[in-house]
Design a protein around this ligand. Structure first.
Ligand code: 0CN
Ligand code: SF4
Length: 316
């Protein structure tokens, strides 16, 4: 029997679930425990099919919009946040709702409102169409916030009043791309109000930091996460920019194309904030069947963030 080729594996830490994802999933589980099935969930609670399917099996029903929910069942709003019109409609209909918006997303919502009340025009740095961007934009009346996606947008933007501006961001952006955009805005609008502490969350920042550390050591980097997961996709970009020869997003071990592994001697592994650790373990097991692996965990930060559950489900 010939032995398997050697492969050095660098495991990024932190990776996987953040406190906001953990809380959002617990909210659905506890709502099911308290109210029984079915519990409706507006949008994927977090961007991961594996998580969604497990909750479906427990009795959760996932819908796109509130009009698909009956009046007599509870509904949970996803971690990414919702426009103000969503809880407002739920209240009009007397629906029982539990909001699983991550507290770090809610903080951005509150900041946007505060700037609006102070009469400032607000720039949101983020990606069009993402549910968090739709939710944050939807905190204010239409036209009160302008979306900037790129450095070119930042150069081209014409404010109503350059001295009365503020910016907020999506929580899951590339730290480096965002700081380049912010630099342009600050150069053009030196009086622009900035977040006290940046809006990109601790989990996004730490996961990108860990991938930056494994990228230069890795011929190939695999990130476990979903194609619609913004923070996971950013990790793939960070890996190649940090020096990995190739980097791919995989939802699960089965998605691996083993041709990627030809002529490599090192593999970096991480997972987005919505990807369960089981999927990372499955991926490592699949790699270990074909290679003689050594695993080194590269830790760049320790995380101990825990968010409180909403009162409605805290006791369940
Ligand atoms: O993958 P997620 O569900 O969401 P995005 O990265 O696409 O925003 O991870 C949780 C993050 C939040 C909110
Ligand atoms: Fe909250 Fe950040 Fe996790 Fe999103 S990625 S749920 S903002 S902690």
């Amino acid at each position: 029997m010939t032995s398997n080729p050697k492969l050095a594996v660098f495991l990024a830490s932190p990776r996987g679930f953040c406190a906001g994802v953990d809380r959002a999933i617990q909210i659905v589980e506890k709502a099911l425990a308290r109210y029984g099935a079915p519990v409706y969930v507006r949008h994927e609670i977090v961007h991961n099919k594996h998580v969604v399917n497990r909750l479906k099996a427990m009795g959760a029903i996932f819908v796109k919009e509130l009009d698909e929910c009956p009046d007599d069942r509870p509904v949970v709003f996803s971690a990414h946040g919702v426009p103000k019109s969503v809880p407002a409609t739920a209240e009009q209909r007397d629906l029982l709702y539990v909001d699983a918006t991550c507290p770090l997303v809610s903080k951005v919502h509150i900041d946007a409102e505060r700037h609006d009340k102070a009469g400032r025009e607000i720039i949101l740095i983020g990606h069009a169409g993402h549910p968090e961007v739709i939710g944050t934009m939807g905190q204010l009346e239409e036209g009160r916030m302008v979306l900037i996606e790129t450095e070119a947008d930042a150069e081209a933007f014409t404010p109503r009043d350059p001295d009365n501006l503020a910016y907020v961001t999506q929580t899951t952006l590339s730290v480096d791309d965002t700081s380049a955009i912010v630099e342009i805005l600050k150069r053009r609008f030196p009086h622009m109000a900035s977040p006290h502490k940046e809006d990109i969350c601790y989990a996004t920042t730490n996961r990108q930091g860990a991938v930056k550390a494994i990228g230069p050591k890795s011929d190939l980097v695999l990130v476990v996460g979903a194609p619609n997961s913004s923070n996971s996709r950013r990790l793939v970009e960070v890996a190649t920019r940090a020096g990995a020869k190739a980097s791919y997003l995989v939802e699960k071990a089965d998605d691996i194309d083993w041709a990627w592994f030809e002529n490599i001697s090192s593999l970096g592994v991480s997972a987005g904030a919505s990807a369960p650790e089981d999927l990372v373990e499955d991926l490592l097991a699949a790699v270990a069947e074909r290679f003689d692996i050594t695993v080194d965990t590269i830790e760049v930060a320790k995380e101990d963030v825990i968010f409180k559950l909403p009162r409605a489900v805290a006791e369940a």
